[in-house]
Design a protein around this ligand. Sequence first.
Ligand code: GAR
Length: 201
Amino acid sequence: PFRIAVFASGKGSNFQALVDAQLSGALGGDICLLICDKPQAPVVELAAAANVDTFVFEPKEYASKEEYERNIAAELQQRGVELIVLAGYMRLLSPSFVEFYSGRIINIHPSLLPAFPGKDAIGQALAYGVKMTGVTVHFVDGGMDTGPVIAQKAVEIKKGDTAEVLAERIHHVEQKLYSEVVSWFAQRRISLNGRNVTIAE
Ligand code: GAR
């Protein structure tokens, strides 16, 4: 099977959506590992409930990023992971890790990149006053939310939206889109050429 590792730090709604897609047969791959940098994060429980192996670590217990990433890389290699799916992993990967897995790491971000990169993209969009925002799935490169775009979906901001209401609308779109994009990878339909991403029919 096509082996997938998910990296997450929080609630895990995208992780759960990917697990559900796998169970329904729509993913076409096997989520064999969760990597989490927050031992208390709800996503850790979700992985246990789904019988997904976990590597949970406390960054501050390691001397450096390189040191915990060496442990992560060993876990990935043991399982023959082919695709790394960042799903609310709120930590930058080191340039050497990104380089090593180049073309095999994807991220989901709650805005239409290049607008509103970084933290709290939903709050940034509301504060800016845009009428339209959305979701981006992209390859990870050395920058912060700067890699080649794979897929985007627009989400309207409606009058009176609070951050919570808008976040819920965005999360709904994220969960559907991410499983779809991962299934394209499992079917080997995605190719990357410079910044140009094409999806085969
Ligand atoms: C998602 O909305 C994801 O797009 C965002 O974190 C949330 C995680 O939710 N990621 C970023 O902001 C990355 N810069 P989840 O834990 O429920 O999947």
